[in-house]
Design a protein around this ligand. Structure first.
Ligand code: UDP
Length: 342
């Protein structure tokens, strides 16, 4: 198969690259390296099946050409991470919506109609206190929290674009709503909680729990996420489908902090940080987030291979290796010193 991955130097994208190259597919990555890094792809630099292009999907003049080459496009190029969403609200909307529109238009103009996998997010469920989030529930956007919801709005727009191009022009769309993906190569500097807690724990620094810590999330190892995603796309074929992709084990953020401390055998203490201090004035956190995975399971028979504890152990081991490398003056591939300092 010919696979195009926009945002393929990023966290989830680079794991998709690993999966498809291991299977013998040809893989092309387009990434502007705004948050992705070449180090994530270093294992494939000499692989003749792999090609990389540093370019912005909003402006790149060869986008139509590579979309026409692809059998399947994973569209992951986006502005992500709470800190970036707060700092760059206009960029979130422009990049995420216009990028998706340009990609789908290229798929239509080329006439080849590749399958397009749209990366959506559990954020589209907004403030929904349902016990478990199902794909057919209404999507809600709060009017109280200023630009906080720009990311969610951009992902709802991306979904709508994908479904519209599917209905109007017959371009098969797979809309994947990711729930808190974690694992190797994820960095904490854009806000993601697990790499932040792991980095704090291995340094015996306070673990910063925001907003009380009773809020819950359901974390899925990226190596499970990409298998589920590929499986979903394969089973969907020429059909259009929207599905949650994640893990349905739910944990509170306070319990996550305790778990990371325990697994790292760390001396860290929990430091409560009010939401206002963590993110600024107009921020509303999501209280609860757990996916209903019935659709994913029914369509694909998917089951998870990675337990939360195992993922955390992996991340702790990597973080310790990185720290040792920094002390020795070695460059690390997983996360560089300058990336962490940025
Ligand atoms: N969080 C936290 N401490 C941190 C970073 C995040 O307590 O240092 C909390 C954050 O407020 C949220 C949860 O962890 O309730 C998950 O945050 P993340 O940004 O990873 O994911 P999202 O909120 O997008 O689900």
């Amino acid at each position: 198969m010919h696979i195009l991955i926009t945002g393929g130097a990023g966290f989830i994208g680079s794991h998709l690259v690993d999966l498809h190259l291991a299977r013998g597919d040809q893989v092309m990555v387009v990434d502007d390296l705004s948050t992705g890094v070449r180090a994530n792809l270093i294992a494939h630099e000499d692989n003749p099946l792999f090609r990389f292009e540093q370019a912005d999907v909003l402006t790149w003049d060869r986008l139509g050409h590579v979309v026409g080459w692809a059998d399947r496009v994973y569209h992951l190029a986006a502005v992500v991470g709470v800190y970036r969403v707060i700092a760059e609200p206009t960029k979130v909307l422009a990049t995420n919506i216009a990028g998706t529109e340009r990609l789908l238009r290229a798929a239509h103009d080329g006439g080849w109609k590749p399958q397009v996998v749209i990366a959506s997010s559990s954020e589209v469920y907004g403030h929904n206190d349902e016990h478990i989030l199902h794909e057919d529930q209404d999507l809600t956007v709060s009017t109280r929290a200023g630009t906080r919801w720009g990311y969610s709005v951009s992902k709802i727009a991306d979904e709508a674009l994908g479904l519209s191009y599917a209905q109007r022009f017959g371009i098969p769309a797979v809309v994947s709503r990711f729930f808190n993906t974690i694992g190797p190569r994820q960095v904490g500097r854009y806000g993601m909680v697990v790499p932040r807690f792991v980095a704090q724990a291995v340094r015996n620094e306070p673990i910063t729990v925001f907003g009380g810590g009773l809020q819950t999330r359901s974390f899925c190892d990226v190596r499970d996420t990409v298998v589920a995603l590929d499986s979903l796309a394969t089973h969907a074929g020429r059909q259009t489908v929207t599905a949650n992709v994640g893990n349905d084990r739910e944990i509170s953020i306070r319990d996550l902090a305790k778990l990371v401390i325990e697994r790292a055998q760390s001396n860290s203490v929990i430091k409560d940080v009010p939401l206002r201090e963590a993110y600024g004035e107009d921020f509303e956190d999501i209280r609860r987030r757990r996916p209903d995975l019935a659709r994913l399971r029914t369509l694909t028979g998917f089951h998870h291979r990675h337990k939360l504890e195992d993922t955390i152990d992996d991340l702790i081991a990597t973080e310790r290796r990185n720290m040792a490398g920094e002390k020795d003056g070695h460059c690390t591939l997983v996360r560089t010193k300058s990336e962490r300092a940025a």
